[in-house]
Design a protein around this ligand. Structure first.
Ligand code: NAD
Length: 472
């Protein structure tokens, strides 16, 4: 029987690998590595049938080198202290890697979401929030939760409402939680941000012909194939954006099973079918596998890009040798164990690591937090000014050339950016810069992208400690 290694241990193995390239005092590195705070919370909740159930949850704050700390919370039956601690550490490194000025945190409530009614879930989340308030583990300048597995806008709205209801007079209170519906202070583009960030990251990686050549691939997305594990928030949006740019979805792995079809699968159809309670296995495909452990065999299907976007520790030494994808795009957090990673590196598979590739969510959450602190919608001040400037430029060109543009040109060019345009532009900028920073380090140190991402992150966290005078 194989046992899955402890998740935090895995993250620390990656950390140690990067340390071999660094020259910081041991004590500083040890401080960065530790998880500073972990709260285990248990609280009673009354179920609809009158019974009382004790619910367990956690909030881990890995590093306060920058405040607030930031990280989503998840609803899963497999949540554990090890899991939230590892995920909080990854958040620290992720934020540092893409220059988001937050420390890392993560939360979880250990429940099987489908077993509870909506009313019960609301009570659980409101009570969890209350417990976080009691322990000073939530607040716009302290700790800012956001969505993760099993958590969407509805759950975030309950959390935000509970926090705001108990913090009258705090004009920054909306910044205590991100991923809110736009009507509650959210920012446009947050729901799809992680998937869109995955798309920008993969697009950048495959645009470099020199890096594609050793994989036997041509540059560009068009014509590439992908297999996606997990058709949730991250997997669905990433598949949708990659698909719109020419990548063919050939396989999907979900809880109930996996399907493969080299002719291509329709992501919208699959997503809708599952949203209506259907199973992937109801649909026609050239190959189908039942769920559970067997379903994970889908990770070995032939494709150019494998996108794990469900859960951690799915690429292990047992299956890494059989994986046929040439690029692994880590949408999920921690999908590859350190031993699995070594095998893939030896085999020349290009791994786009989670701490870079799925940073789109926290990037746009950062924009939401700024919006909440400033109380100003992005684009409100400049949109019409920009539109008028562009209009004047077009008219000046008309006057100079004597030619007239048709109305469509004005409609396309004489516009100003709105909130969604600016959010997506900031996200694209972040992912492109992040990719090149990571790639430059990998090339100059002759190492892989994951180690390079850890090197970049550790350097920045170390600098933050040194700037604060904590370490020489
Ligand atoms: P989600 O709950 O929206 O989707 C997860 C999907 O995975 C679901 O469709 C679920 O049915 C599927 N799944 C669960 N167990 C599975 C299994 N054994 N095999 C195949 N599929 C399975 O969650 P999400 O928000 O999309 O998060 C997915 C991953 O991305 C997690 O690792 C999360 O930490 C990470 N992530 C999420 C965000 C975000 O903004 N939501 C940001 C960064 C990273």
């Amino acid at each position: 029987m194989t046992t899955t290694p402890r998740f935090f241990e895995q993250v620390n193995r990656y950390f140690d690998r990067a340390n071999a390239f660094l020259d910081h005092p041991d004590g500083l590195l040890e401080q960065i590595k530790q998880c500073n705070v972990v709260y285990h919370i248990s609280f009673p909740v009354r179920l609809d049938d009158g019974q009382i159930e004790v619910i367990h949850g956690w909030r881990a704050q890995h590093s306060q080198h920058r405040l607030p700390v930031k990280g989503g919370f998840r609803l899963t039956h497999h949540a554990s202290e090890d899991e939230v601690t590892a995920l909080a550490a990854l958040m620290t490194y992720k934020c540092a890697m893409v220059d988001i000025p937050f420390g890392g945190a993560k939360g979880a409530i250990k429940i099987e979401k489908d077993r509870y009614s909506d009313r019960e879930l609301e009570r659980i989340i409101r009570r969890y929030t209350y417990e976080l308030i009691q322990k000073n583990c939530i607040g716009p300048g302290l700790d800012v939760p956001g969505p993760d597995m099993g958590v969407g806008e509805r759950e975030i709205a309950w959390m935000a409402d509970t926090y705001m209801g108990l913090s009258q007079g705090d004009h920054a209170a909306a910044g205590a939680v991100t991923g809110k519906p736009v009507s509650q202070g959210g920012v446009r583009g947050r729901v799809e941000a992680t998937g869109r960030g995955v798309y920008f990251g993969v697009r950048e990686a495959v645009s470099i012909a020199e890096d594609m050549e050793p994989l036997g691939l041509s540059a560009g997305l068009d014509g590439k194939t992908m297999v996606v594990q997990g058709l949730g928030n991250v997997g669905y949006h990433a598949a949708k954006f990659l698909g719109a740019d020419g990548v063919k979805l050939v396989g999907v792995i979900e809880r109930e099973g996996a399907i493969y079809d080299p002719a291509g699968l329709d992501v919208e159809l699959l997503f809708q079918h599952r949203a209506e309670g259907g199973s992937l296995l109801d649909l026609d495909a050239s190959e189908s596998i039942e769920g559970g452990r067997e379903g994970a065999r889908g990770l070995e299907w032939e494709c150019d890009i494998l996108l794990p976007a469900a859960l951690e520790s799915v690429i292990l030494p047992e299956n890494a040798p059989q994986i046929r994808a040439k690029i692994i795009a880590e949408g999920a957090n921690g999908p590859t164990t350190a031993d699995g990673d070594e095998i893939l590196n030896q085999r020349g598979v290009l791994q786009l690591p989670d701490m870079f590739l799925n940073a789109g969510g926290v990037t746009v959450s950062y924009f939401e937090w700024i919006k909440n602190l400033t109380h100003l919608r992005f684009g409100r001040m400049e949109r019409r000014f920009e539109a008028a400037s562009n209009d004047r430029i077009l008219r000046a060109v008309e006057d100079l050339t004597g030619k007239r543009f048709n109305g469509q040109v004005f409609e396309k060019i004489a516009v100003g950016a709105d909130e969604e345009d600016l959010v997506n532009s900031g996200l694209e900028e972040t992912m492109i810069n992040g990719y090149h920073e990571m790639r430059d380090i990998a090339r100059s140190r002759d190492t892989d992208l994951r180690t390079a991402a850890f090197i970049a992150a550790i350097q920045k966290v170390a600098l933050a400690y040194q700037e604060r005078g904590i370490f020489p």
